[in-house]
Design a protein around this ligand. Sequence first.
Ligand code: DGY
Length: 438
Amino acid sequence: MRSEMRARAREVLEGNWQDGFTIPCKGLYPFQWNWDSGFIALGWGHVNMERAKQELRSLLRGQWSNGFLPHIVFHNEAETYFPGPEVWDVSRSAYAPAARTSGITQPPVLGYVLEQLYEISGESITDFVREVFPALYRWHHYFYTHRDPHQEGLVYICHNWEAGTDNTPVWDSIWAGLDSPQYQLNRRDTQHVDASNRPSNREYQHYIHLVELFKSWNYDDVQIAEKSPFLIQDPLFNALLMRSNEGLIRMGQLLGREAEVAQLQQWQALSKHHFHQKLYCPLQKGYVYYDLRGNRRLNALSSSSFVPLLAGIPPAHVAGEMVSSHLDSGTFSGVGGEFYLCPSFDPSSPFFDPKRYWRGPVWINLNWLIYRGLLRYGFTEVADKLRSDTLDLLEACGFYEYFDPRRHLEPGHFRGYGGNHFSWSAALYLDFINRQPI
Ligand code: DGY
């Protein structure tokens, strides 16, 4: 079974390879996406390191002159996705590159991925690490100098697509306060996937409204920080930034880049100082989001709440209470173990929806990040459970984009949703089976 699945995972990556980069999946996501490419590069690292290198090089072609790395690079033409490059119109920014890109970013996983590729191949990729290190450093420099208005070491996101967790119920209270225009949008996603598994039309109007605002400000970060109605410190995004800082510090030490290492260490210390204090909710026993515009915590738990484990943020006793309350038994696994780990939103909440995108289904990338976080703290039993749940879902259903987390479904109900032959599901399957627990 495993060797057949391994071959199928490789076929998924081969099938989505586009002469220099890998699309997340055909039709639904036909371009190059930022954090997808990070996970995909890791998968390629297990089967073809040259492809892993090309993947990251292609993505970096989209980098803006201020260090910003966009969430989509439109290398190719495709009519199957909305919003395309003409909607983003990033030439309004003085920093936009020659490549066509979107105007927002995505969770910064690349510094971590680079370190993990080095783990897999060692010194044979030192030249590649030397080649891409400066661009990744500049991306982190951008975050700490443009996205941290209070100098807390906690950067903000200004769009829900920057979170990666596009339609999590966490944003509902933000949308409720917005009076976005009732655009008639020519959505393409719902032509590929059942609309009931995707964000609603009203949510899409908010997403596009934010894009229109950023365009009206020519993607100027100062105006965005001052005026964007969506301005959030996100625990997943910031934990990945910190874990990527660690990766870049390690790689920088290897390359002898002392000045960059010292700066990264300084940012890391600042982030470490504020992260737990500001984003941990002792009542809910998990990390939550902070709304900078509304000056309030958004008190809801999602799979993002556990990713700070990956960056070593919670003190050991806090990590223990978080894991025992939610993952070991309890909310996210269900008291009787009725959910596959890890639902993307709190199953005890009335807003949990096991079928709709980021409002409940299991996602393979979040499982992989939490799994590695659990191992970091030595929670091997729960980590094993998370790993076997992940492999069970993939092996039973195939490389879907997301999965219904309920273990017991009515007969005839299929649990794989969204895109099929989805690249990061295949790529991370390869990492799960090729690397034994650290
Ligand atoms: C989408 O289009 O659904 C993406 O998640 C946005 O990046």
